[in-house]
Every structure is written in structure tokens, then in C-alpha cells.
Design a protein around this ligand. Structure first.
Ligand SMILES: [Zn+2]
Length: 308
């Protein structure tokens, strides 16, 4: 990670809280506003139902918008962030248990109080420091990680199974079906879904980053991919993520620029040849190198935990 050294912060400047009273911990104020940008492509590997609302219904439609000459499936940043946050939390809890005792007890002794997603959050742990609080107006903007809405590279005609597509709608049982009653049309759930193979480019920014934040994020995404981002069934919405670049500084391009391309290869080429630039020239694009950053997580976590 030598290439990111100018921007990476020592853990004690960002992540180690000061103990005030028995149950009160305060994170150090962060004055450095250095940034690491992570760019990649998420490929759908199962049926994926990206919808922006919660709740159960008999019919579900994929969120779509007209953008840059195509109707595209939409994958909102709140969904991306929410699922990756949970994956990040469970991953770190497991590491606490591997190194120490029961995570709940260990956690409370280090941070003074429990931390439950969505509430109440402790606002001082590895997870809260990176992802911020959840309630709008109550610290939501303290988040150091920034997500962006994204859209499918392919057109919805091509990548969404719908009433007009060859596959037709997906059919499942409703979540709230009463199994004691005879089955009728209300027993079925009809849904559109994004087909396997659909690609969503993404950009994620981490402000005042520590090495632990970067490795933790990379590992959490891998876990989230296996857990799935989809609504309706726990088996839906699985992904494979390819990280294309981990770079120092802000990107000088947006998701809209990435969507001007038709394939993943075109995006990779433009990053590798510097057509899409970052604020600095410190950019890691080698896949093995990015993997080796991710693999440093256990070691970096141990250092963090011992410093708390
Ligand atoms: Zn917390």
C-alpha cells in the first residue's frame, strides 16, 4: 500500500476513541481530508431485484430510468451502502471472536455501549466511524465513506426480465402467504428482475482513510456479494465484484462517464491508459496488488484492536 502512503492516516488519528466517562467514548476530530477512491464493476450472478421501497406486495418492478440514450436498471447507493455496512459489521465481529472472547462483551468493554444496526448505534466503533450514523440530521453526514447511485451498462430491454421480455416475469410465493388457505392469485408474487450477467460500474470514496478502512471495505464487499443485495429472497441479488482501481485523491470523472461505455473492458482501458484520471497519479490497477491489500485485514485489525 506504499503508493497510498501520502493519504493514509494512522489509526490513532481517526479510529481510536478517547475514553471520557465509563460509557462515553469520543473519536478524535479529523482534520485531514485526504481521499482514497475505489472504482469497480459489479456483475449480477443471480436474479437481482433492485427496488427502492421496503414492504411486501404481489408485484415488484425493477427501478429503471432513461439515461444517456438507454433505459437502465437502477441500483441506488442507499442499498449498496446498507448491505455493505452490515457485511462489514459481521466480518469485524467475527474477527473479534477469533482474537478474543464473545464479541458483545469485548465490544462493550472497548466502546462503552452496544452498537446495533440500525439503532442504537455507538457512533465510535470501526463501523460507525466509517459509515456514520443512519438517521438524517443526526450524524448521517459524519460518514467518511461516500457511495453513488449507479445504473446498468446494458439497456433494460436487454437485462431486465419483464412482461415484454422473452423470459417473462419471475413468479414466487408471497412472503405473507397463509399456507392454511387454498392458493389463489394473491398467493403469487410476480416480479421483474435484473438478469445474471448485468454489469453496474461503481465509485466509492473514503475520506480521511486508514489502511484498516480500505482493507475492511474491500473484504466487506466480497462478503456482501455472497450475502446478496436483493429484495424478496435471501438467495437473490448476488454479485461478483471486480475492483479496477484503488487511487489516491478524488476521481475526475463520474458514474455518468463510466456509463458512456458499453463494456467493462472499455472502462478498464480508459482507467489504465489515464483517460479517466484521479487527482493524483498514485493509482493501483493491478488485480493481485488490490487482492494483497484486502488480505492484510487480519493483521491490521489485530493492530487496531490492541490499540483500543
Ligand atoms: Zn458502532
Amino acid at each position: 500500500m506504499e503508493i497510498l502512503q501520502n493519504v493514509l492516516q494512522p489509526i490513532e488519528k481517526v479510529l481510536i476513541p478517547e475514553k471520557k466517562k465509563k460509557d462515553e467514548r469520543v473519536l478524535p476530530p479529523v482534520f485531514n481530508r485526504g481521499v482514497v477512491t475505489i472504482v469497480g464493476i459489479k456483475t449480477v450472478t443471480t436474479r437481482f431485484i433492485p427496488v427502492s421501497h421496503e414492504g411486501f406486495s404481489n408485484e415488484t418492478y425493477v427501478d429503471k430510468i432513461d439515461l444517456l440514450g438507454k433505459k437502465r436498471a437502477e441500483f441506488i447507493s442507499r442499498k449498496l451502502k446498507g448491505i455493505e455496512r452490515r457485511a462489514h459489521m459481521s466480518l469485524f465481529r467475527e474477527m473479534v471472536e477469533e482474537n478474543n472472547g464473545v464479541w458483545k462483551d469485548e465490544f462493550e468493554s472497548k466502546f462503552g455501549k452496544p452498537c446495533t444496526i440500525p439503532a442504537p448505534l455507538c457512533v465510535t466503533c470501526w463501523n460507525c466511524s466509517l459509515f456514520g450514523a443512519l438517521e438524517a440530521g443526526k450524524g448521517g453526514t459524519f460518514s467518511r465513506i461516500r457511495y453513488f447511485d449507479t445504473w446498468s451498462l446494458q439497456s433494460a430491454d436487454e437485462c431486465v426480465a419483464s412482461t415484454t421480455s422473452e423470459e417473462g416475469l419471475g413468479i414466487g410465493n408471497t412472503v405473507n402467504e397463509n399456507l392454511k388457505e387454498e392458493r389463489g392469485s394473491e398467493s403469487y408474487h410476480l416480479y421483474e428482475y435484473v438478469k445474471a450477467g448485468t454489469k453496474f460500474p461503481f465509485i466509492t470514496i473514503i475520506e480521511s482513510p486508514t489502511a484498516l478502512d480500505i482493507t475492511g471495505y474491500l473484504a466487506a464487499v466480497q462478503r456482501a456479494d455472497v450475502h446478496g443485495y436483493g429484495k424478496y429472497s435471501a438467495n437473490h441479488g448476488k454479485f461478483q465484484t471486480e475492483f479496477i482501481a484503488v487511487a489516491e485523491g478524488m476521481p475526475e470523472f463520474s458514474i455518468l462517464d463510466l456509463l458512456e461505455n458499453n463494456t467493462e473492458e472499455e472502462i478498464k482501458n480508459k482507467i489504465n491508459t489515464g483517460k479517466y484520471k484521479f487527482e493524483s497519479n498514485s493509482v493501483i490497477t493491478d488485480n493481485e496488488e488490490i487482492k494483497s491489500i484486502k488480505n492484510k485485514l487480519p493483521e491490521l485489525f489485530k493492530e487496531y484492536w490492541n490499540s483500543l
